[in-house]
Design a protein around this ligand. Structure first.
Ligand SMILES: [Zn+2]
Length: 300
């Protein structure tokens, strides 16, 4: 199933399955030993585990809001093989396009695009290339959503533009420079309201200027976590990705978020969990757990 909806107060939210990727299981779970993490996800012969690239579409009075954009259509066959991407939509479109269509919308209907951060599996669908153009295609990359304003932390865009040997592979300029070229970025200077009921929360650790997006309406709160808690398994405090640049900051960000979410009965929306799209957070003894789980993925 490409799309499933739920409500946060008066905000209708659509969970859009933007495709699958496979990432190294060890890198996904950091210091957690393989006998433990492989119970959560069985690795393939290349030690990779399947992960979703889930986006959230919100029907807001100000227009459609899309949070994160999956991988897009610009990467070559070698890249798709390394990352085990199952992303191909029909007729050169992406699976995100297909999911958007299944929800009843077109790219031109999207008014706001918000990125948690600019890694390729979160911001790749920000831009698109015409599949008809071959050799020259990479010169014809344009914003995927022609009527959208794109939103990210200003410091994250600067971080993405000044990479080093450790960060370079994740930040691909064709995912964010064409947005700058088209003067479509609205850059945030920290936490705060983006639109009524939609708020940026700084959740550093995975990268220094990562943001999670809070939706608040009618006494309900949902948070689109991004990569700070990418799957349900990462709700355990020490389960922190090896990819994270500042793992001890991730730990403190998660500790605070889990406390606030469980006290408030918030919804968590998971970008990468292959089986669980969302769930309501609650406390059971010492443990933070999910109730009212919304499943996801093929065959669900
Ligand atoms: Zn990331």
């Amino acid at each position: 199933m490409l799309h499933r909806a739920f409500d946060v107060g008066a905000l209708r939210c659509h969970l859009l399955e933007g495709g699958r990727q496979r990432l190294d299981g060890g890198a996904m779970f950091g210091v957690v030993p393989k006998p433990l993490w492989s119970r959560f996800a069985a690795p393939d012969e290349r030690n990779r585990i399947p992960l979703a690239m889930r986006c959230l579409l919100v029907e807001h009075p100000d227009g459609l809001v899309l949070i994160d954009t999956a991988l897009g259509n610009k990467e070559d066959a070698k890249f798709l093989d390394i990352y085990g991407v199952e992303n191909s939509g029909l007729e050169g479109a992406t699976q995100l396009d297909d999911a958007l269509g299944a929800a009843g919308f077109l790219p031109r209907d999207v008014r706001w695009v918000i990125n948690t951060h600019l890694h390729f599996d979160h911001a790749g669908g920000n831009t698109t290339m015409d599949p008809e153009l071959e050799a020259d295609a990479r010169r014809h990359v344009r914003p995927t959503f022609p009527n959208a304003t794109y939103v990210v932390q200003r410091a994250e865009l600067e971080f993405a533009r000044h990479t080093n040997e450790r960060t370079r592979a994740s930040y691909l300029p064709h995912n964010f420079e064409p947005i700058a070229g088209a003067e479509r970025w609205q850059l945030l200077e920290g936490p705060g309201r983006i639109l009524p009921g939609i708020e940026a929360r700084l959740t550093p650790g995975h990268v220094p200027f990562h943001q999670s997006i809070l939706l608040r309406s009618g006494g309900e709160t949902a948070v689109f976590l991004g990569d700070i808690i990418p799957t349900t398994a990462h709700m355990r405090l020490p389960w922190i990705m090896g990819y994270d640049l500042e793992p001890l900051r991730t730990l403190e960000t998660k500790r605070a978020l889990l406390a606030e979410a469980s006290a408030g009965g918030w919804w968590f929306v998971f970008e990468h969990d292959p089986a669980t799209a969302a769930g309501r957070v609650t406390r059971k003894g010492d443990e933070v757990v999910l109730t009212e789980v919304i499943g996801a993925g093929p065959g669900d």
